[in-house]
Design a protein around this ligand. Structure first.
Ligand code: HEM
Length: 558
């Protein structure tokens, strides 16, 4: 009996080991990607992920990789079986981002995002994504987005007044402010108002119930303090969170309750308004993204079987809140940081911005005046270069990944190295064959900072570079000005125009009213879902960016 138990146990253990060896060692080697030369690993138990994902040294790492291996290389992901293709070959990336039917987001990412914000545009795949994108796209058209300018200006005035109050109470003309926190509040307010006609009022105070629910949930999604094993377990077996909810699962559940009650009611009310207007024979005049999505969903251009459910609509409200708040706020934050670090650029920018007159209060502006104010501001040439340059140099989304849904051949334009059968490596330019399941790493930042494309000064903040770009820049993929900041292809950022309008108006309002100065704090970039600022050695204090902010109406010192 004992012998039987022993032999059975040994057989099970042996079988499991053999399965693991086959699955994790043989199967990956069968992937033709294995031929591509691999980055050496720091140790058997370490991946290459930190090297390529940490923005405090990833640009140096990518430069060294390009020099040694060429523009495509195999890297070790999480676990020995996870072999990824890292490529900063523009042709390869164009292929991967364009063919979103072959290259989807990994199912683990989809499930993780869905567990927080539901299955909206960010996490939906295949035909579900296509359907959602088709309904949402009209809401983000240029004409519709222009209607958001008054909302952003109004919040810009609110922030200006709030900062003036704080500074006056502080010393009269200057104060050290955490611009990261304030940028986050204004973008939340803007996306709340523009997204679904809701006032979080977070510039004034941070107590709104819905604001707190979203904030708490988003912070949890990026929290580094969570148990990684538990997180993985709940991604692979979501039932774990239902049967044995930990603190994180209970928090998400509590936040979901508030979101369903408050935001869900907003969706229902707006839907009723749109339907009532339709039945009354005149279209609903509301211009927020929710109203626009609901109108698009009910339009005759969308076949009834392609329409979104109320749940899909709410998931997309959550998605827009998630995808459109931290990203834009970090775009604003890093722009202010770069201006503080480059006072001569800041002065030149202010001189240009001051040519467009801004009245003292929002109430003094008619809708037409706001429209022309935005038109004038958005066309200022130096301003445009400053914004492009800031979004090039510090893209809030550091990188992304896709997984091949089938075997594929990726075209290339730049040399890379493959292993020779007898040992050693040879440089080739042939297309790269990848097996189904191959993860492709999209290094957004590496594209934007590539010295062989943007020149030897690619890592510096030089807005004037945009007057005289190297020809090769034109061959770079990217939705926005040949930058990968907003990605490319059918899964690129739907909110790109929205965020440019928002960033431009807020920066305009802030730079004409305040000047920004370095405090001497050693700011480092860290990739916590997005590229965030931290003070060196004060990581535990959370993301922050203190700048000395001076009131320009009170002080002649800029
Ligand atoms: C500076 C600001 C922003 C940056 C840098 C940014 C960047 C990006 C990037 C890189 C992606 C692709 C993600 C991936 O491939 O994994 C993306 C997708 C997306 N973004 Fe943005 N974004 C910004 C602002 C916004 C805003 C303001 C909104 C909404 C109002 C928004 C909504 C979305 C949505 C819904 C998607 C998913 C699109 C899809 O898969 O169809 N983003 N964004």
């Amino acid at each position: 009996m004992l012998w039987e138990i022993l032999t059975t146990s040994l057989a099970i253990c042996g079988g499991t080991l053999a399965f693991c060896y086959y699955q994790f060692s043989i199967v990956p080697r069968r992937n033709p990607l294995w031929k591509v030369c691999a980055l050496p690993r720091p140790s058997l138990f370490h991946s290459n992920m930190k090297l390529i994902l940490d923005p405090s040294f990833s640009c140096k790492a990518h430069e060294a990789i390009a020099e040694q291996y060429g523009r495509s290389v195999r890297v070790q992901g999480v676990g020995p079986w996870d072999q990824r293709l890292l490529t900063f070959d523009p042709v390869a990336l164009h292929h991967v981002t364009k063919n979103s039917n072959i290259y989807e987001k990994p199912w683990t990412t989809q499930r993780f995002i869905t567990s927080f914000i539901g299955c909206g545009l960010l996490s939906a795949a295949g035909s579900v994504h296509k359907r959602q994108r088709r309904v949402a796209t009209p809401a983000f058209s240029i004409q519709n987005l222009r209607a958001f300018a008054p909302i952003v200006f109004e919040r810009g005035f609110r922030l200006r007044d709030r900062w003036r109050d704080i500074i006056t109470k502080n010393s009269g003309d200057k104060a050290v402010l955490d611009v990261c926190m304030w940028a986050s509040r204004i973008t939340f307010d803007v996306i709340g108002a523009a997204g679904f006609d809701y006032d979080f009022n977070s510039i004034k105070n941070d107590t709104n119930e819905l604001f707190c629910a979203y904030r708490e949930m988003f912070e949890l999604s990026i929290s580094q303090n969570q148990n990684v094993m538990r997180q993985l377990l709940s991604i692979y077996f979501p039932i774990v969170n239902v049967l044995f909810p930990d603190l994180a699962a209970r928090t998400v559940k509590r936040c979901h309750k508030v979101i369903w009650r408050v935001a869900g009611t907003l969706v229902q009310e707006k839907k009723k308004k749109v339907l009532d207007a339709l039945q009354g024979g005149k279209p609903c005049e509301d211009k927020d993204l929710l109203a626009l999505m609901l109108k698009s969903n009910l339009s005759t251009e969308i076949p009834p079987d392609q329409r979104l459910s109320d749940e899909d609509i709410l998931n997309n409200v959550n998605t827009v809140m998630f995808a459109g708040s931290d990203t834009s706020s970090l775009g604003l934050t890093w722009t202010l940081y770069l201006l503080a670090k480059n006072p001569e650029v800041q002065d030149q920018l202010r001189e240009e911005l001051s040519t467009v007159h801004c009245p003292e209060s929002f109430g003094d502006l008619s809708v037409d005046e706001i429209d022309s104010l935005y038109g004038n501001v958005s066309e200022l040439p130096f301003f445009d270069k400053v914004i492009k340059e800031a979004l090039r140099l510090v893209p809030p989304v550091h990188s992304s990944i896709r997984v091949a849904d089938q075997d594929d051949v990726i075209p290339t334009s730049q040399p890379y190295k493959i292993q020779k059968p007898g040992g050693g490596a040879v440089t080739v330019t042939s297309p790269i064959r990848v097996g189904k399941g191959t993860v492709v790493h999209i290094p957004i930042e590496a594209f934007n900072l590539d010295k062989s494309v943007w020149g030897p000064d690619a890592w510096e903040f030089k807005p004037d570079r945009w007057d005289n770009l190297p020809d090769v820049v034109k061959t770079q993929p990217g939705l926005y000005s040949n930058l990968m900041t907003f990605s490319a292809g059918p899964r690129s950022c739907i909110g790109m125009r929205f965020s440019i309008i928002e960033i431009k108006i807020v920066i305009y309002m802030l730079v004409i009213n305040f000047s920004f100065h370095d405090t001497g704090a050693d700011i480092i970039k860290s990739n916590v879902v997005f590229t965030r600022p931290y003070i060196k050695n004060k990581y535990q204090e959370g993301s922050q960016l203190p700048l000395r902010v001076v009131r320009l109406d009170k002080s002649p010192i800029h």
